[in-house]
Design a binder for this molecule. Sequence first.
Ligand code: PHE
Ligand code: ZN
Length: 872
Amino acid sequence: MHPENPQAIYRKDYHQPDFFIESIDLHFSLDEDVTLVHSQMVIRPRTTNQTVPLVLQGESLVLKNLKLNGQVLNTHDYQVDKIHLTIPTVPTQSFTLETIVEIKPQENTALTGLYKSSGNYCTQCEAEGFRRITYFLDRPDVMARYTTTIVADKNRYPVLLSNGNRVEYGELTDGRHWVKWADPFPKPSYLFALVAGNLHCHGGKFVTRSGREVRLEIWVEPQNHDQCEHALQSLAKAMRWDEERFGLEYDLDIYMIVAVSDFNMGAMENKGLNVFNAKFVLCRPDTATDDDYENIEAVIAHEYFHNWTGNRVTCRDWFQLTLKEGLTVFRDQSFTEEMTSAAVKRIQDVRILRTSQFAEDQSPMAHPIRPESYIEMNNFYTVTVYNKGAEVIRLYQTLLGKDGFRRGMDLYFQRHDGQAVTCDDFRAAMADANKMDLSQFERWYDQAGTPVVDVLGTYNALEKTYSLTLRQQIPANLQAWHIPIAVGLLGKNGQDLPLQLATETNSNRTCIIELREVEQTVTFVNIPEAPIPSLLRHFSAPIKLNFSRQREELAFLMAHDSDPFNRWEAGQQLAQQVIFDLLADWQADKPLQLDPLFSNAVLKILQDTQLEGSIKALMLTLPTEGFLGQQQAEVAVEGLFTVRQFVLQQLAQDHYTQWLTIYKANHHTPYSNEASAIACRRLKNVALHYLCRLDTAETTALAEQQFTQSDNMTDQQSALSCLVNTTGTAKTIALTRFYTQWKENPLVLDKWFSVQAMSYLPDTFENVQALLQHSDFNLKNPNRARSLLAVFSQNQAQFHRADGLAYQLQADIVLQLNTLNPQIASRFVSVFNHWRRFDPARQALMQTQLTRIIQHPDLSKDVYEVVSKSLN
Ligand code: PHE
Ligand code: ZN
């Protein structure tokens, strides 16, 4: 139990700050023992007639000096507790406040505030890390102008960076040097950054559409100098795209990205000085997979896009987080759709949404995209705020059209540039720019949970009409959502029928139905034959849609739907039906037999020469155990595992020659980062995985050959993950070889840990236990910890083994992380959030661990919040 019983903060309690900080002049003296932070602020009371105390936040700081308007304050004039500095009486006009504090970055394992990574200093201030650097009004609606002077030993820390422009620099006589930075844009404290270290610069430039030249710099540890070019190219692409699509130009003369090895999240959009998890910067064909390349481009774009959506226009308070994150994720998704393939990207994004976000909605941590309360803000950087938030932004675009959405964005920037605003302000800009009533739309921000819509279709042969009746299931205390549902109707030949609503004169192939009521019926006219509807095309809303279909119909859509997303979706639904029917057989002790209709549908995909390779690879991939488990009232851990393995094995056998043909046809494409070469690798590697299910000498030889001969990480990793599931000696040989080859490259070594944690063989847990003792395992490094443990916890059948040993291990780790790094601890404990969805025996085992955790005497707010909600 937590001794101080942490209190929740509520959205409804928002008040404007009593003071604003106009400017802050920071001075850092970085030293191996203690770092001194000297700050000089100009503070302005919000009103001149107020007599309220000044309460600044500060955590893990040792206050050394405090001056108000140049006068040293004596200890009666202020109070310091663990998290505040309070000055009861301050002037009613603007005044200056000067503080000196001591901090110890070298002891900071939480990786928030100022810390060290690989010997370099760096900062992470979002959401509330700045208060671990100095006393401040650490809230996003306090926007100040920053100047920052950094002093450090010149040999160890030749590079000294902060936000904005470098305005002065010099050397001291004692071997130290200094640099002063000035950021002309007022910003909230969460966007502050500082970096000091021995770093290599990979530079470039970008000329904005108005002709200004911007210097681009990617800073990395010197040994990584040859892994920066893709990041640089991605940045330039993102800058161009934002100009073209949204008319948004960069606003400083320099844009810096620093790659660090120890980072809690993906990356951080600090003004002019992004700090990145090295994973989203560094790549080279032999060290990074195709997915890594794509993720790097997307994350670089995401952080760049924040410069407008997040930095120029920021959040009033942390409840508004989705204002910047949902919008920026939507922007990076749209960017990737245009840079790669819209359909492939959409399928990938929907997969994440459904496996993680829909699951979160089913858990005790469920919250609206704009939460009503939190205990620890860091717990709300969630798939709901980010990914569902992006879906909600997409809804505006679907409802208003691309041009309408752009008009709304333009108005949003016109009204709010330089301000800290709310989700309501964004919605108002969208509504006003399009003269549209979006009041019902607010429910997407207010209501947690995944809407469920039941659909019925009726064809009237006499009238030649087709009607769809849509009904929202509205949980108690909630109200109907405003949901755009994209619909098409397929004729018997598989072509789209022209659609004409009874109220319309022209026709379309896809029509958007705006569902606002609990129940609505729409009727299409001039429909010559009973059609097969294609519903929720392109996944037009983040909902669950129920429409009952025969397998034949799903196979038909899988083969013919003109919407590639729904073609994929039909295949997934068909696979799911097949798997659940087999599960019933397995549970009834009946022999398993794969439905030939499904096997044939897969064969048709295999043989389809028109289908783009990446989509084909996705269509040949079965829904995961995790996703399937979510569809059940009680997750059938062993049953799902067994049945899914059976289906994969059966498909491998049924189409052995076709898999082999596909494998060979795509194996010799030379490496390039082009979409067509990527598609070949995806297809080939899916084929290899099916083939290796057979675990024969021939299939293992194929994987071994690919493993030893590949010139790129996509192929090497894929072959390794096949070999890890084989039962002969090939597995150990490959693992040893991979380790020897890559032990000096931490990001590649992470893959070595992950591949083993993902194995479906029954000794995976014992392996994970052994790997925890490996000399290269390090719980303090989030990437390494995740590569083994977060990956293992997603391996449903192995993590949820019936004896509960994996639960116990996970809880041990959570308690260790609780002291080292509460943010990561809280992520790791979240796997238990779903405990009530399992069978009674597993529930009891997980509950035991949760209870053990909550009884721990020094529980962080982070872990306390998640576990207490879970047990409630
Ligand atoms: N704001 C960062 C992003 O999305 C994420 C982040 C949050 C990073 C908190 C660090 C800490 O882009
Ligand atoms: Zn973001």
